[in-house]
Design a protein. Structure first.
Lengths: 334, 317
């Protein structure tokens, strides 16, 4: 009887509008804290500047690109806006490959340790809220911000594109651009999860920031070098083995490279934004024989991208699971 | 008055080989102000953290308001307000915003929270411009008050204050303790406060527990504590003489003959006499009759300070 009464009580307390769940109170506070901070302003400017730069370069070249008859993707005007470049500036999705980690790391590197340093962690944990709600609220609030920022940018680009070119956007392009936005958010989410984990491990915010940047640098710069180096020493000279061996080794190297989140992101964005990409691995001559160079439908592109996306989500989950494990039973001391 | 609201049973916390709290048994009754006294590193904060479910005990149980603090910390946190020794606030928010945030975390509806926060701030004596200032600009005393407001906004049954008087000036301490005393009496709150400042605690506590190296050495009212320790040693008179006394002191046996004298200690020019009654006049007369040149007489009395010191001495040896 008591259990039923409790159930009713808790139910009624969560459904009444006037009594907010502590989790959403925390998310709201985090978001307003982020928005008011200088850090977010700087990030916002950085992203806006990149976006403006790469889009304006693309706009000035769009006429030639769309007129290029050899390009099977020439009809996707808006995707071209995101991917075209004349060489001076990398396109937006490549920029995001660098910016994403910076955004994620800078929004999360001091999530827990700064609260501990300021003595607010003990106070919040002495309130009737679950510990995981704190972690989750940090994650959800930063990701909400990033997600809405990217969504706004995409809408801005579509709207601006319609105004300037006068070409209406196709439904498929809309879906591709939105999937790209979701993908970017997931990518930022991974770095956010990683930096929150580091903010739990390290007591000093600067240590955790430095470690996060170190990990990012390792994956973007050194990881590829190491894999190339290993491949050079382990795999014998190319003329000594058959075609199947070549494919096997090639696959192995690609799979090793895909342990790096930025590689996953590059693979996935390329497939989404350039519809004629049909495979992320090597293709044999037999497979290519009957194929007409034409764009893939969205469904097939999503199928190709799916392993990459689930890899990113899995990596984020791993960071989060580790954060929970470390934080849930830790002693909270001021 | 036998209505326990905090019950600690054989509570133990070890960090590796180090025992921070060792088989602590403690009961605090409803409506009383209990002072947990002890030097730094005695395990006071650890004990409090275990009561709040912020750290897990190695063994034993802590029950607060009838809930097990380790297994059901949320129920405990709903009823208990805790102010840590180093209160910190979100510096980018104003005092009022900080307080409203905590109020909302405690499930106060948005429409009521501002009103409640203002009422609570008024209760702890904060009003005017100060509450709309960023907490980064707050003085230590103001932070302490805001901390107390935060503890009170959830309408707790028990409040736990860890070193609440740390770092505020003497007049501030006095005001703060008077505030706590008044609140406790008005609202029937149970208060547990930890401190290493004795006379401050002496002013407000109904009962104190002396806590050294993870063990509760004694508990009770200040009177019972002093009787307990100084049963055999209640008065001590130090007599300083002009000349150095040769050892052994020739009159020591005669001195001990005096009624109620228990012990005589001689060191250079000072003779310490312990007795069960106040014998100062008789002792002075004794020295004068013997023809000593008395340069000073000092009577020692025992307050909480001495009680405390005695315990530390005992523990050190």
């Amino acid at each position: 009887m008591k259990a039923i009464k409790d159930l009713f009580d808790s139910h009624s307390s969560t459904t009444t509008e006037t009594r907010p769940h502590p989790f959403w109170v925390m998310v709201r506070k985090e978001i307003s804290g982020h928005i008011r901070s200088w850090r977010f302003l700087v990030l916002l400017l950085l992203i806006l500047l990149t976006f403006w730069g790469s889009i304006s370069v693309a706009l000035s070249n769009i006429r030639e690109v769309v007129a290029d008859a050899k390009d099977p993707d020439r009809l996707f005007l808006y995707l071209k806006l995101l991917t075209t470049t004349e060489g001076t500036l990398p396109p937006f999705h490549v920029f995001l490959n660098f910016l994403g980690p910076i955004v994620g790391i800078s929004l999360g590197f001091d999530a827990i340790n700064s609260e501990q340093q300021n003595g607010t962690l003990t106070r919040i944990m002495a309130q009737p809220v679950y510990r995981d709600n704190l972690l989750l609220s940090k994650f959800v609030s930063a990701l909400t911000l990033v997600g809405s920022l990217l969504l706004t940018l995409s809408l801005l680009m579509i709207g601006g594109g319609i105004l300037i070119t006068g070409v209406l956007i196709e439904a498929e392009e809309v879906f591709r651009i939105f999937s790209f936005t979701v993908l970017c958010t997931v990518y930022v989410g991974f770095w956010l999860g990683l930096s929150i984990l580091l903010s739990i491990i390290f007591k000093q915010a600067s240590t955790s920031a430095l470690t996060a940047i170190g990990i990012w640098l390792f994956f973007t710069v050194f990881y590829q070098i190491i894999i190339d180096f290993l491949a050079g020493t382990v795999i014998p000279a190319a003329n000594e083995f058959s075609q199947t061996d070549v494919i096997r080794y090639n696959k192995l190297i690609l799979n090793l490279l895909r342990l790096s989140p930025s590689q996953l992101f590059t693979d996935a964005t390329t497939t989404l934004l350039i519809p004629s990409v049909r495979s992320l691995g090597p293709i044999t001559m037999e497979q290519m024989a009957g194929a007409i160079p034409s764009p893939l439908p969205l469904r097939d592109s999503l199928m190709i991208v799916w392993p990459q996306v689930s890899g990113l989500i899995a990596a984020t989950m791993m960071c989060f699971a580790a954060s929970y494990y470390l934080f849930m039973r830790r002693e909270i001391r001021g | 008055m036998n209505n326990p609201i905090i019950e600690l049973k054989r509570l133990t916390k070890t960090y590796g080989d180090f025992k921070a709290v060792n088989e602590l048994d403690l009961t605090v009754n409803k409506g009383e102000i209990f002072g947990l006294l002890g030097p730094n590193g005695a395990g006071k904060t650890t004990t409090i953290l275990m009561m709040m479910g912020l750290t897990e005990p190695s063994s034993g149980t802590a029950r607060v308001c009838g809930f097990n603090a380790t297994k059901d910390p949320l129920s405990v946190k709903r009823l208990v307000g805790y102010m840590p020794d180093s209160v910190g606030f979100y510096d980018t928010m104003t005092g009022l915003e900080n307080l409203m945030y905590v109020g909302e975390l405690n499930g106060i509806p948005r429409s009521e929270v501002e009103e409640r926060a203002l009422a609570t701030l008024d209760l702890v004596g904060m009003s005017g411009d100060a509450i709309h200032k960023k907490t980064a600009a707050y003085s230590r005393g103001m932070k302490q008050r805001l901390g107390l407001a935060e503890v009170l906004i959830k309408d707790p049954k028990v409040i736990i204050l860890d070193e609440p008087t740390l770092g505020i000036d003497p007049s501030g301490v006095k005001e703060f303790l008077a505030l706590i005393l008044r609140l406790s009496r008005e609202k029937g709150l149970t208060v547990l406060l930890s401190s290493h400042h004795l006379h401050q605690v002496q002013q407000v506590c109904d009962r104190v527990g002396i806590f050294v190296k993870g063990e509760l050495l004694a508990e009770g009212t200040i009177d019972t504590l002093s009787n307990l320790i100084f049963a055999e040693k209640s008065y001590e008179v130090h007599v300083s003489l002009e000349n150095v006394i040769d050892l052994p002191w020739k009159d020591e046996a005669e001195m001990l003959q005096l009624d109620a004298v228990q012990q005589v200690r001689v060191q250079d020019q000072i003779i310490g006499i312990t007795s069960s009654r106040d014998l100062t006049p008789a002792i002075v007369r004794f020295f004068v009759q013997k023809g000593y040149d008395v340069s000073g007489v000092q009577k020692k009395e025992y307050g909480l300070e001495e009680i405390y010191e005695r315990y530390f001495e005992k523990n050190l040896t």
